[in-house]
Write a protein of this length. Structure first.
Length: 161
């Protein structure tokens, strides 16, 4: 595997783990706001991000590469309201899509067909991630930041497993 691709994949392990950290922070924000359904939804999302990181981690090791496990950046989760929190998640997913695409570009450039196949799953996943995060922004925008309005959505979100 080309060094550039292993470096990008290695860095992506860290970015996916940071995503988990960010979502845990968003979950904590909603817990403190008394919106347990939102909190639970973002906690499940944090678990999914760890799975994304593990997929890349396993792929690197199975292909005889190393994973550096660098330290994680602190997640800034000091949100002014619910809308700011869900918007941060949406912005982050768009960023992650771009990062996955950069790795795909490198895999295409280096004719690394195996990594291209591996990344297809992430390309599809990011479509779903952006759809979910965008829909969350739309819903919170529709309801406004008033907790009484958010309560109904909170019940719905709490059912995510
Ligand atoms: Fe791992 Fe939400 O992208």
């Amino acid at each position: 595997m080309d060094k550039k691709i292993t470096e990008l994949l290695d860095a992506q392990v860290n970015k996916e783990l940071y995503s988990a950290y960010l979502y845990l922070g968003i979950s904590k924000f909603f817990s403190k706001e008394g919106l347990g359904g939102f909190a639970s939804w973002y906690k499940v999302q944090a678990e999914e991000e760890q799975e994304h990181a593990m997929k890349i981690y396993d792929y690197l090791l199975e292909n005889g590469q190393d994973v550096t496990l660098n330290s994680l950046a602190a997640a800034n989760v000091d949100f002014k309201d619910a809308l700011a929190a869900v918007k941060e998640a949406d912005k982050h997913e768009h960023y992650i899509t771009k990062e996955i695409e950069k790795i795909m570009d490198a895999a295409v450039e280096h004719k690394d067909y195996r990594t291209q196949l591996f990344l297809n799953w992430f390309i599809t996943e990011q479509e779903e991630e952006e759809h979910n995060s965008g829909e969350m922004v739309e819903k919170v925008e529709m309801l406004g930041n008033d907790k009484k309005n958010l309560y109904l959505l909170d019940k719905e979100l709490g059912s995510r497993k």
